[in-house]
Design a protein around this ligand. Structure first.
Ligand code: 13P
Length: 249
């Protein structure tokens, strides 16, 4: 049975006080036993979040990490810094990092390798732009994103990988992929992994959908066979909305 996961990507939201308010609200909700719940605050709020959550089932992820172990990289944060504050998961490859900060498949491969070698879990994001879908290139784009950044990993390393398909045209737009579009892509991804590795491995990897998931559409999307949960942006900033999504399986 694959993990079912709902992760909140807070992006550049929630300062010290807002983090405290939101996490206390999330703590007060009861959570289903069969769903892993994560939140990804800004770097400055990671330590606070880990200690505030204590032994709650919600875990804390970072939104980015540098590929180098240490050195002259002004403004950057290393894997050991994340681990030092109790963070064991990192989101990599988000479309905003790709478009605004010029991350690409090659630079992401370095971040993936460093993170995996250091024992981190990664939530690896990828997905096509609107023009790529309109011109029917979405499968090729996704195949390239996955193969260039992930397909040199050993089979054993995949126990540390969660995938997040986030079509760029659905992020923050209020427009979601239809459940059928999500299922079609997730099945395609699982098939790619099966071709490269094994059927068992393909069946074990959790593939999340991200892009305008809300309490009103989560159940339908999560009910698709190859959709194992969601990576949530805007709706993760509201405790009731986020918990409604967590409970949507
Ligand atoms: P929205 O849920 O706001 O569309 O954002 C999705 C996302 O980018 C999660 O990483």
């Amino acid at each position: 049975m694959r993990d079912q996961i709902v992760a909140g990507n807070w992006k550049m939201n929630n300062d010290q006080n807002e983090t405290q308010t939101l996490l206390n609200a999330l703590k007060s909700h009861s959570k289903p036993k069969n769903v892993r719940v994560m939140v990804a605050p800004s770097f400055t709020q990671l330590s606070q979040s880990v200690s505030l959550l204590g032994d709650d089932v919600i875990t804390v992820a970072a939104q980015n990490v540098n590929a180098a172990a240490s050195g002259a990289y002004t403004g950057e944060v290393s894997v050991s810094m994340l681990k030092g504050v109790g963070v064991e998961t990192v989101i990599l490859g988000h479309s905003e990092r790709r478009s605004l900060y010029h991350e690409n498949n090659a630079s992401l491969a370095n971040k993936v390798n460093t993170s995996i070698e250091s024992g981190m879990e990664i939530v690896f994001c990828f997905g096509e732009q609107l023009e790529e879908r309109k011109s029917n290139r979405h499968f090729d784009v996704v195949k390239e994103q996955l193969s260039e950044a992930l397909f040199s990993l050993s089979a054993a390393s995949w126990s540390q990988v969660v995938l997040a398909y986030e079509p760029v045209w659905a992020i923050g737009t209020g427009e979601t992929a239809s459940p059928d579009q999500a299922q079609e892509m997730h099945a395609f991804i699982r098939n790619l992994i099966q071709e490269k590795y094994t059927e068992n491995l393909a069946q074990e990897v959790a593939i999340l959908y991200g892009g305008s998931v809300k309490p009103g559409n989560a159940k339908e999307i999560f009910s698709m066979e190859d959709v194992d949960g969601g990576l949530i942006g805007g709706a993760s900033l509201n405790a009731d909305d986020f918990m409604a999504i967590v409970n949507a399986f």
